[in-house]
Design a protein around this ligand. Structure first.
Ligand code: ZN
Ligand code: ZN
Length: 603
């Protein structure tokens, strides 16, 4: 018999023999016997080849037996997954449903489902498909980030349950497909806490904090108790919105319901929320009281929070404490620290920590770290050095870096550099209106009106829309919004406008001159001035003066950067009306008091 030469020869390689296309059934049986006898069941690839060969034979149950034998002896046999698809196929062919289920159970219990391609191949060969197997396939794809294939599987599922819907909401949310997540959410007849949490996080991740917060309220009103991930998400929504009262409520909820005991992210979420809502003292308090000394997230949030308020020295102190307790800082720690030095105007310290990061802690700086240093030099008017950093860094500069140079050129009247940086920024982000506006303002300040109109016509041609300035303020427990030029609640328009007129009048008597360079549109002087007066933060401020008690600070949140004119305006109001005004703009906080701003005009 020819087969004798393949199987029993000492030294023959059964794996290779099994790979041969023209192998006969009787040869397979001989190799089977040989493998069992010589204990080759420890060899995963060999087992896989044998199971595969036997699954195609006239007695496919042999394949199931070999697989079961290998599994029973070597539960953690590396590479056993290669045998899974043929073993399942063999189960199907020999109607061994019970064994098929057991194999599925084994797969679900191990890490094997994390491999979506194995999952798919197993799934396709399964004798029967139940909800668990559909869900496992779905989660395999989601874990691998294959959202489109997951979507296909989800749509093909004959029936869906909470698990699959929740998984899809989560997956869509993480891939920027918030509307699809909402669709699934709306279609669900039954929802659990995971459903609500996944939808809230989807909104938060996709920059729709208001919707996230609304959903959280709805969840509470229906009596669903939020879990720790829901609380972390909603705190992030509240931080984005700057709604302090809601944040305090959640803080209280966390402690009454002991949510914090089960989750180490709550501390940093609370610190972040308080810092972004303008209450750095509360952030400190949370940090001191619940800080897990080994939880780097809490430290990082505290440092970034201080950075947001321009409190560079305080951020450095926290960092030094961190070194004292021998907690190893990471790249996020340094990003916070460098940004704190940047917002605090701490030139030498910024350079020192940029070096410390690399030399002492061996952390390779990312483009964001370089961005901080470029910005630091730029704000200080050391534009040549800022360009030097760009030349030295191992990355192509991104739009943020060019925008830093652009702002610095605006501030320090460097038209030549502003021109270069502006063109590069526009090239990298052709739909970002702020690049055009900054460049045009630089030209306007230099009186280069031809260039101003060139930039504007380019903007029109590309249909770039300016993001309208929008500011919000909390008064009487309600959030009031102002869009540049008007109050969202028209009922307030008239009173706000007359108040603004009054303020401008008072300020002018104190030497205030409207800075007409800040007006983008080329219009006549008088009209320019009225347009400038209607910047959203000025309207919010007038509203705040009308609707709050003397002595209480006025908190305003603005979606864009505050302009020079509004900055000056706030400084003067804080002095003349003797009120603290706290403005959070796109980048940071400004605390205005007695005519000064905490940013010391570094922003
Ligand atoms: Zn303004
Ligand atoms: Zn300021």
């Amino acid at each position: 018999m020819r087969s004798s030469c393949v199987s029993v020869t000492v030294g023959a390689n059964p794996t290779r023999l099994l790979s041969e296309k023209r192998i006969t059934q009787s040869q397979v049986r001989q190799i089977h016997a040989y493998i069992v006898k010589t204990n080759l069941v420890t060899h995963a690839l060999c087992v896989a080849k044998l199971v595969n060969a036997l699954s195609q034979s006239s007695n496919p149950y042999d394949a199931v037996s070999v697989f079961a034998h290998a599994l029973s002896r070597f539960h953690h046999l590396r590479g056993i997954e290669f045998s899974v698809p043929p073993a399942l196929k063999a189960c199907g062919k020999s109607c061994a449903f019970e064994e098929g289920k057991q194999i599925m159970g084994f797969i679900l219990k191990t890490h094997l489902w994390n491999d979506p391609f194995l999952a798919r191949s197993v799934f396709d060969k399964m004798p029967t498909r139940d909800l668990i197997s559909w869900n496992s396939l779905l989660s395999g794809y989601l874990k691998a980030g294959e959202i489109e294939i997951a979507r296909e599987v989800f749509e093909k599922m004959p029936q869906r349950d909470l698990v699959s819907c929740n998984a899809m909401i989560d997956g869509y949310g993480k891939h920027g497909m918030c509307e699809l997540a909402e669709e699934v959410f709306m279609d669900m007849g039954v929802r659990d806490v995971v459903t609500w949490t996944s939808m809230i996080s989807a909104f938060v991740l996709n920059h729709q904090p208001r919707k996230g917060l609304c959903l959280f309220r709805e969840m509470l009103s229906l009596g669903v108790r939020p879990d720790a991930p829901a609380v972390v998400s909603v705190l992030s929504a509240i931080a984005d919105l700057g709604f302090l009262e809601e944040g305090k409520w959640v803080h209280n909820y966390i402690f009454t319901n002991k949510v914090h005991q089960s989750c180490s992210f709550i501390g940093s979420a609370l610190i972040n929320m308080y810092a972004k809502c303008g209450r750095i003292e509360n952030a400190y308090h949370v940090f001191r009281s619940l800080c897990h000394r080994q939880n780097i997230g809490d430290w990082n949030s505290m440092i970034s929070g201080l950075a947001l308020h321009g409190l560079g020295r305080e951020a450095i102190e926290i960092f030094q404490d961190m070194e004292r307790v021998e907690l190893e800082p990471d790249d996020i720690t340094f990003l916070g620290l460098l940004s704190a030095c940047n917002h605090g105007g701490l030139m030498d310290e910024g350079q020192f920590y940029f070096e410390t990061m690399q030399v002492k802690y061996k952390i390779v700086p990312k483009i964001q770290h370089y961005g901080c240093i470029v910005d630091l030099f730029g704000r200080a008017g050391r534009l040549e050095e800022a360009l030097g950093v760009i030349d030295e860094m191992p990355f192509e500069p991104d739009v943020l870096i060019w925008k830093a140079i652009l702002s610095a050129s605006m501030k320090h009247n460097n038209v030549v550099m502003g021109h270069t940086a502006g063109l590069r920024a526009i090239e990298l982000a052709p739909q970002d209106s702020s690049c055009y506006v900054l460049l045009s303002n630089i030209y306007a300040k230099a009186g280069r009106w031809d260039d101003v109109s060139k930039v504007r016509s380019l903007m029109r041609k590309r249909r770039v829309r300016k993001i309208p300035g929008c500011s919000s303020i909390l008064a009487d427990g309600k959030v009031h919004e102002f869009l540049v030029g008007k109050a969202m609640d028209v009922g307030y328009n008239q009173s706000v406008l007359s108040m603004l007129e009054e303020i401008v009048c008072k300020l002018k008597s104190e030497g205030y001159e409207p800075d007409l360079n800040q007006v983008f549109i080329d219009i006549e002087g008088g009209e320019k001035e009225s347009q400038l007066t209607l910047h959203s933060e000025k309207m919010a401020l007038a509203f705040g003066l009308l609707n709050s008690h003397q002595g209480s600070p006025i908190h305003i949140v603005k979606n864009l950067r505050i302009c020079c004119d509004c900055h000056r305006f706030m400084q003067l109001v804080s002095k003349i009306y003797n009120r603290r005004v706290i403005v959070r703009d796109q980048n940071r906080f400004h605390h205005f008091d007695k005519g000064f701003c905490s940013c010391r005009n570094h922003w």
